[in-house]
Design a protein around this ligand. Structure first.
Ligand code: ZN
Length: 98
């Protein structure tokens, strides 16, 4: 699930992904997976660490799944946010004195 938790600085709250199995934060998208039940209405995204994933889907052989990093790329695309590569700033040209 996605929860809002206090920031480390204590200045506010930030959204994080929490594992449905162990209830700890998934700190890296490459360490997580998402699963959903094709028969559920609505189909809800369920998040888990990769080490917890088999416990999540145990007994549900027909569920869909995706790596968490790919899931977030699809989510960004489906919400209209474009992924743009970082643009390297060009150094300013200095005016040459004559
Ligand atoms: Zn977990």
């Amino acid at each position: 699930m996605i929860e809002f938790v206090p920031t480390d600085e204590g200045t506010g709250h930030a959204p994080v992904v929490v594992c449905e199995v162990c209830h700890h934060r998934i700190k890296s998208a490459t360490d997580g997976s998402v699963a959903w039940d094709f028969d559920a209405k609505p189909m809800v995204a369920l998040f888990a660490h990769k080490r917890c994933f088999h416990a999540l889907i145990r007994g549900h052989p027909g569920w869909g799944s995706e790596d968490l990093d790919a899931f977030f790329i699809y989510l960004l695309q489906n919400t209209g946010l474009a992924l743009r590569p970082w643009k390297k700033k060009e150094p300013r040209q200095r005016r040459q004195r004559r």
